[in-house]
Design a protein. Structure first.
Length: 432
């Protein structure tokens, strides 16, 4: 059942970004799709159980999810890359999550805000129509999922320090302007985000509110490039590198529900522990990322230069453009803090975004090594695959909403850790 939506929906304010579906089918592979009660009712009416011989969904811990094949593809994905439900019954008969992706609507203090997921190939390639043309799709999403236009919860600037809508709007706007700054390299812009996250975490902001906070962040950004030049970032410590490796594992681990049910809790936990230990050790073979990397050795990936350093040097403008659009869409589309990111405070969410970029830069090297063990550089397709892998879980992976993740981000804010682990050196992070 749907409901009428009267609130205006804020379209993603990013003129550089375009999107239209090109039916590549990538969003139907290796995505865990949670179903609503009305989705189950539609699937029942369509008669899939009788046709398939089993329920088209699997239940796990009280929730139900679309069933996947052994290769991770959705049970309804056809050989031509199209959805069998869509082909037979039309768009409106698909599950809500499927017909919404990659668009989203998120409640904010300023009203419902459009978001965009960069796990979509058309979004990455910037192919299609302007964001403003998707208003009808956004209204359909809001009608299908009324909670997306509900009352927005208060968002903290820092844990214990609530932020006003003006402050959040100003912070997002200033950060977005910094990321869109012409003449500054991608290395400088990402370093600047990490510097701001660290500075705000340690600032005394209890009495700096409203217009005073706006003056503060405006002043910070106005002098930031000179500040970064005067305070060059050093190499990460071994412990900081371990924290980043752990963060990468958490952002790539996406367990298959059918296998978890078959193996049971203890075997699943044992397998995840072994994969995590392999990432922390950083030697030998990279744990298989389900089609992303198979048989790649850590040393092979680390031999490949950091793709964002190449972009910073002007050698790969498409990669620079992809990462810039991705980060700006996260900032503009309410997917950095608050309801769009586990209810995190603004500074925690900004710190997580910086770690996401650093994780994607390393994963791109892993993907390049998997594509060609003799590769000497990351191609656009490698970076796109890495961004997709990271952004697919952003805001929707419960294990990234834990106290452990918050502690990890807090630790990285010490001793210039966030800047050090996000530093775009020629070879990036090299596991010790």
């Amino acid at each position: 059942m749907t409901m009428a939506v009267s609130l205006p929906i804020l379209v993603l304010d990013l003129a550089e970004q375009r999107y239209s579906c090109h039916a590549c089918g990538n969003c139907c592979r290796d995505f865990t799709v949670q179903l609503r009660d009305e989705d189950i009712e539609r699937l029942d009416r369509q008669g899939w159980k009788a046709e398939l011989g089993f329920e088209p969904w699997v239940e796990f811990r009280g929730s139900r999810f679309l069933r996947q094949r052994s290769d991770g593809a959705c049970i309804f994905l056809q050989d031509d890359g199209l959805c069998r439900i869509h082909a037979r019954h039309g768009l409106q008969e698909k599950p809500v999550a499927c017909r919404s992706f990659p668009l989203s609507v998120m409640p904010t203090a300023d009203g419902p805000q459009q978001g965009l997921n960069f796990a979509c190939g058309s979004v990455q390639l910037n192919k299609g129509a302007a964001m403003a043309t998707h208003l009808a799709d956004l209204r359909r999403i809001a009608e299908d999922a009324p909670e997306t236009v509900g009352q927005a919860r208060a968002v903290a600037l820092l844990p214990g320090r609530e932020a006003s809508p003006l402050e959040l709007r100003a912070l997002a706007g200033v950060l977005d302007q910094w990321m869109g700054r012409e003449g500054a390299s991608i290395a400088t812009r990402i370093d600047g985000l990490a510097w701001i996250a660290q500075a705000l975490r340690h600032a005394k902001l209890a009495s700096v509110k409203g217009d005073r906070f706006l003056e503060l962040i405006t002043t910070i950004v106005a002098t930031l490039e000179d500040e970064l030049e005067a305070d060059p970032v050093g190499a990460a410590t071994e412990r900081q590198e371990r924290m980043l490796r752990q963060a990468i594992f958490m952002r790539t681990e996406d367990p298959r529900l059918d296998r978890m049910k078959a193996d049971g809790f203890l075997r699943t936990a044992w397998r995840q522990w072994r994969r995590q230990r392999a990432f922390l050790k950083g030697s030998g073979t990279v744990p298989d990322l389900r089609g992303f990397a198979h048989g790649v050795r850590f040393q092979e990936a680390e031999f490949i230069p950091n793709p964002l350093h190449d972009a910073a040097e002007g050698h790969d403008e498409p990669i620079d453009d992809l990462v810039t659009r991705w980060v700006r869409a996260r900032l503009r589309g309410a997917r950095t803090w608050g309801a769009g990111y586990y209810g995190f405070s603004a500074v925690e969410g900004l710190s997580a975004l910086c770690v996401d970029v650093a994780s994607a830069a390393y994963l791109a090297r892993v993907h390049a090594a998997g594509r060609d063990p003799a590769a000497n550089r990351v191609m656009f397709a490698d970076m796109a695959a890495a961004v997709a892998r990271i952004d697919r879980t952003a805001g929707r992976a419960p294990w990234l909403a834990t106290a452990g993740e918050r502690l990890r981000l807090s630790f990285l804010s010490l001793d210039d850790g966030l800047r050090r682990t996000c530093a775009l050196h020629p070879c990036g992070v090299e596991w010790r």
